[in-house]
Design a protein around this ligand. Structure first.
Ligand code: IYR
Length: 226
C-alpha cells in the first residue's frame, strides 16, 4: 500500500530581485564556460576533503523516487590507479586498433585521443561513478531504481560543476567496456560503471584541442515558444 506523504515547509529558498537573479545566472555561465576537458594533468596533490565536498554536492542531484542511485569511488591509491590505467589502456588499444568504426575514429581525430592514458596515474584522483540498478531512499535497501542513467548523469554533471567551480580540472573518461572498474573498485554486480572522472590540477603546459572550443549558439540549442 502506498504511504501518504508527510510534509515540511520549504526551507533554504531565497527570493531575489530580477537584477540579482540575472547577475547570478551570468556568473554561473561565466564560470561554466571556462570549463575544459583536460588531458594534461599535474601530479600536484588535491586534498581529500575537497573531493568529499564535491561528492556531497553531487549527492544533492534529483533522482528517480529520490533513490539516489549512485556510488562514487574516489581513488588516490597509486597501485589502484596503475591497475585502472593498465585495464583501461588494454580496452583502448582494442578500440583504436580495430573495434572503433572509421566514422567514430573520424570524429575523434580533432580531439587527438589515442590508447595511451598516462593521466590515469598522473592525476591525483580518479572518481569512478557507479549506477545502482537496485537500492532505495536509504543505503542498503534493495528496491528497483528508476531513471537510473538520467539520475546518475545529473549527479555526474553536478560533480563536474562542483570540481570545476572549486578550481580543479576534469576529464570525463569512458573506456568501453568499463567492466574492469567493478572488479578493481570491488563494487557489487548490481552496479554498472557509468563514467570514470579524472581529477586534478591542469599541468602548467596543459593544452586543449581547438575543436573543444566550438560551442553551439543559444539559437542552436534552444527554442522559445512565447
Ligand atoms: N574512450 C576512448 C574514445 C573516446 C570516445 C569519445 I565519443 C570521446 O569523446 C573521447 C574518446 C578514449 O578515451 O580515448
Amino acid at each position: 500500500m502506498a504511504k501518504t506523504p508527510d510534509y515540511v515547509p520549504l526551507e533554504g529558498y531565497t527570493e531575489r530581485t530580477e537584477a540579482e537573479m540575472q547577475a547570478r545566472a551570468q556568473a554561473v555561465f561565466e564560470t561554466l564556460k571556462t570549463r575544459r576537458t583536460i588531458r594534461d594533468f599535474s601530479d600536484k596533490p588535491v586534498p581529500r576533503e575537497l573531493i568529499e565536498t564535491c561528492i556531497k554536492a553531487a549527492g544533492t542531484a534529483p533522482s528517480g523516487a529520490n533513490h539516489q542511485p549512485w556510488h562514487f569511488v574516489a581513488i588516490s591509491n597509486p597501485d589502484i590507479k596503475r591497475q585502472i590505467r593498465e585495464a583501461a589502456e588494454a580496452e583502448e588499444r582494442a578500440f583504436y586498433d580495430g573495434k572503433a568504426s572509421e566514422e567514430w575514429l573520424d570524429v575523434l581525430g580533432p580531439l587527438g585521443t589515442d590508447a595511451a592514458k598516462p593521466f590515469l596515474e598522473t592525476a591525483p584522483w580518479l572518481i569512478a561513478v557507479f549506477a545502482q540498478k537496485r537500492g532505495g531512499v536509504h543505503a542498503g535497501e534493495d528496491k528497483k531504481n528508476y531513471y537510473v542513467s538520467e539520475s546518475v548523469g545529473l549527479a555526474t554533471g553536478m560533480l563536474i560543476t562542483a570540481l570545476h567551480t572549486a578550481g580543479l580540472g576534469t576529464l570525463t573518461h569512458t573506456p568501453a567496456p568499463m567492466g574492469f572498474l567493478t572488479r578493481i573498485c570491488e563494487r557489487p554486480k548490481t552496479e554498472k560503471p557509468f563514467v570514470l572522472l579524472v581529477v586534478g590540477f591542469p599541468d602548467k603546459n596543459a593544452r586543449v584541442p581547438k575543436h573543444a572550443l566550438i560551442k553551439k549558439s543559444l539559437s542552436d540549442i534552444s527554442t522559445f515558444k512565447a
